[in-house]
Design a protein around this ligand. Structure first.
Ligand code: FAD
Length: 458
């Protein structure tokens, strides 16, 4: 019996029908939301406890089998694919809320819970978990990609909303990092190390997250601008003026047109900002007034306000569906997602240069972004099978990455590296990338944790 077959047989004994090598399950876990080809694992497991995850790691480690974590599979850079086969650990059955401690404003959860499910459980507490990547991702996946989204401008990213973790290492050891205390000064920050590690250092089996009070009042709005310049400069002035925006999202003219087509939104043919204000009734009114003044100065007009929950939900559902409505507008085109983030003072240059270059290329490339954070995405859509268009789109993406670095930013604000952006890591991190490789070698000497992603020579 080969080492692999010995491992499969041990996994079957441990997990029964929660271990599978069925082709359909493997294929399902070999696909992503983005342009990557299918790269299926050799087996899929569905653990229910940390002890099982530890046993799985020990079995795979003994056989040198790759171990790939799987949350909701919504990552965009091929993060959860299995380019070297191995065993995908699907956390879908580890999806419980373990404890809600309203007095400490924290919750402990298993990694497979989705952000929507967590917020449903929190509804009666007056608290909520704010990080919102649009997709209904799992908390384990969001932690591993250091996700953020529309609300990060106010509430922070996964980096600032995780207090503690339980992690299973490649050799099966179980460690706990962090505590419920709001801060700590006890050595290396191992929690931060695993947030954004993309499953290359260990498998997260429990998380303690910060919760926030549900705001007394919420108001959302959209407004149109004559051009990108006006919209982006209004954002810069708003952030610099200190208005505590809960969301401030840029939507370009093309994306506004897709929204209109998908939902009869009736937006003018123009770039837009989508906004949300959180606070007391009076605070929200003041924030909205101050924002309106700034926006008007930069040409903002046609404000439409949404105070009712259902109107706000419809507005943000439209924003969250931007990716899919753009794909629907271009059937037969292949999506290449981009995700650069720059200091707020360089945002206008970054967006304008990007928009001009995309327009000149002839490749469809709608732009949306969490611009309050200096973060935006162009969805490049070359026609499938058109090699020249594919090359052009790749060049546009590379130029965006180069632009982000030139302007003092990063090649990924929130999607992460996976397989798609490894090519930019040396340029962004220099010798720091080799240090990441050394940490990886110390924790996972045989390189079984999510190989082929993020790291040098991995
Ligand atoms: C339409 C759309 C919109 C999106 N918008 C945003 C956005 O605004 N902001 C944003 O940040 N992202 C966005 N994303 C990307 C995606 O939702 C995030 O990357 C999300 O964090 C992935 O979570 P997931 O549960 O789907 O993880 P998966 O895709 O399943 O996995 C992601 C990575 O985490 C690892 N992993 C999963 N679970 C564990 C675990 N328990 N332990 C260790 N490693 C694990 C995987 O191996 C993989 O490397 C969007 C995606 C889509 C499709």
């Amino acid at each position: 019996m080969t080492a692999e077959n010995t491992a499969y047989s041990a996994l079957a004994t441990l997990l029964g029908d929660r271990f599978t090598r069925a082709q359909s399950e493997r294929d399902l876990h070999g696909q992503s939301e983005s342009h990557f080809a299918t790269m299926a694992p050799d087996a899929v497991v569905y653990p229910e406890t940390t002890a099982e995850v530890s046993q799985i790691a020990k079995i795979c480690s003994a056989a040198g089998l790759p171990l790939i974590g799987w949350g909701a599979g919504t990552s965009l850079e091929g993060h959860a694919l299995a380019p070297r086969g191995g065993v995908t650990v699907d956390f879908n059955r580890m999806n419980k809320v373990l404890e809600i401690a309203p007095e400490d404003m924290v919750a402990s959860v298993q990694p497979g819970i989705t952000r929507e499910a967590l917020n449903t459980e929190l509804r009666a507490t007056g608290l909520f978990f704010p990080v919102d990547p649009g997709a209904n991702a799992s908390l384990g996946g969001m932690t591993s990609t250091r996700a953020s989204g529309t609300t990060a401008v106010r509430y922070g990213t996964m980096r600032s909303n995780i207090l503690a973790l339980e992690v299973v290492l490649a050799d099966g050891r179980i460690i706990r990092t962090g505590t419920r205390a709001p801060k700590s000064s006890t050595g290396y920050d191992l929690t931060a190390l695993f947030v954004g590690a993309e499953g290359t250092l260990g498998l997260i089996t429990e998380l303690t997250v910060k919760l926030h009070g549900q705001p007394e009042a919420i108001r959302a709005a959209v407004c149109a601008f004559d051009d990108i310049d006006g919209a982006v400069n209004a954002v810069i002035a708003t952030i610099q003026s200190g208005i505590p925006m809960a969301r401030i999202e840029f939507v370009d003219r093309a994306s506004a047109a897709y929204f209109n087509k998908a939902t009869q939104a009736g937006w003018p043919d123009a770039p837009h900002l989508m906004l949300e204000f959180h606070g007391s009734e009076q605070g929200v009114a003041e924030q909205a007034d101050r924002f309106s003044e700034i926006a008007t100065e930069f040409g903002g007009q046609g404000f439409r306000w949404a105070a009712k929950t259902e109107d706000r939900n419809a507005l943000w559902a439209m924003r969250h569906n931007a990716y899919r409505t753009a794909l629907q507008a271009y059937p037969g085109h292949t999506p290449i997602t981009t995700d650069i983030c720059v200091p707020i003072s360089r945002l206008a240059e970054a967006v304008e240069e990007t928009a001009a270059e995309i327009e000149a290329s002839g490749i469809p490339g709608p732009i949306v972004g969490h611009v309050g954070d200096g973060n935006f995405h162009a969805l490049l859509l070359p026609l499938a099978g058109d090699a020249a268009a594919w090359e052009t789109a790749q060049k546009l993406a590379a130029n965006m990455a180069e632009r982000a670095l030139r302007l003092g930013g990063t090649v990924s604000g929130e999607h992460g590296i996976g397989m798609g952006k490894v090519k930019y890591m040396a340029q962004e991190h220099g010798e720091g990338w080799a240090v990441m490789g050394a940490i990886k070698a110390a924790l996972d000497p045989d390189g079984i944790m999510n190989p082929g992603k993020l790291l040098p020579g991995n």
